[in-house]
Design a binder for this molecule. Structure first.
Ligand code: B1M
Length: 211
């Protein structure tokens, strides 16, 4: 089995050690980090989702798969992030209230950092007022919101309302994303942009700030 297959299988089975070993070996043999991410890790999580929908996997399987993916991502991270001396701007990022999914959000953090921005990662289950407070305190130019559940998407609208209430809506751009999120939804709630994936989020942040 090649390293990519080992990583894919390792995530499916929640075998953290196998994922770490194969990721390290593949990188040392010159495989690009982005290739391991896009051709092994992300497809593995998509398959976990499919198995969950088919009632073949349950929450514990999803959890150990996520743990294995995170272990692999931690090894890829330095390769994906390019060091820049002075940040181009500040981005407050988090997964919205009620939502605990953080793998996609962590990828967005890596790519946005790699594009030269400082990322203030608030973690998961972040309420609208906390986003507004963090944006104000850090004088951020962008807020990035991630949601993986259809039930938590309305918190994105709530966050935009909280920014309006705090009187800072005009000072920050709001970027949203996550599997159930669409451009149409972004337009509906008045977000400044939607990105389908983490690389797209980094490009969008640059575009919105004109850098
Ligand atoms: Co959850 N879960 N989960 N889960 N889980 C989904 C999302 C689900 C689609 C599975 C399914 O049914 N097929 C489903 C949601 C259905 C829906 O609402 N539409 C679901 C469910 C139902 C649940 C629970 C309710 C299950 C339960 O308890 N009965 C529960 C909810 C918990 C909660 O949040 N309150 C739950 C729990 C969990 C775990 C904790 C076990 C675990 C998360 C662990 C963790 O993140 N630390 C988990 C996992 C692992 C998944 C799946 C399998 C994988 C998610 C993932 O990491 N994908 C997922 C199925 C799936 O997505 N196919 C599923 C890989 C990641 C790289 O992709 O996060 O989409 P993603 O990020 C992408 C893009 O979306 C985008 O960029 C990334 C790629 O570059 N993106 C952005 C993300 N954020 C962005 C922000 C941006 C821009 C782009 O700008 C700011």
């Amino acid at each position: 089995m090649g390293h990519k297959e080992t990583i894919f299988e390792g995530i499916l089975k929640g075998n953290m050690q196998a994922v770490q070993d194969a990721t390290t070996a593949a990188l040392s043999e010159g495989t690009a980090a982005g290739q391991l991410l896009n051709e092994a890790m992300i497809p593995a999580m998509a398959e976990v989702g499919r198995l969950f929908e088919a009632n073949e996997y349950y929450v514990p399987e999803m959890l150990i798969a996520a743990r294995a993916m995170k272990a692999g991502l931690a090894i890829l991270r330095p390769e994906l992030v390019k060091e820049d001396v002075k940040p181009l701007g500040k981005v407050v990022l988090g997964t919205v209230k009620g939502d605990l999914h953080d793998i996609g959000k962590n990828l967005v953090a890596i790519m946005v950092e790699g594009a030269g921005f400082e990322v203030i990662d608030l973690g998961v289950d972040v309420g609208p007022a906390d986003f507004a407070k963090a944006a104000q305190e850090n004088e951020a130019q962008v807020i990035g919101l991630s949601a993986l559940l259809t039930t938590t998407m309305p918190s994105m609208k709530g966050t935009i309302e909280a920014l309006q209430e705090a009187g800072i809506r005009g000072d920050v751009k709001v970027v949203i994303g996550g599997a159930p999120v669409t451009q149409k939804y972004a337009d509906e709630i008045g977000a400044d942009g939607y990105a389908r994936d983490a690389a797209g989020a980094a490009t969008l942040v640059k575009q919105l700030l004109g850098v």
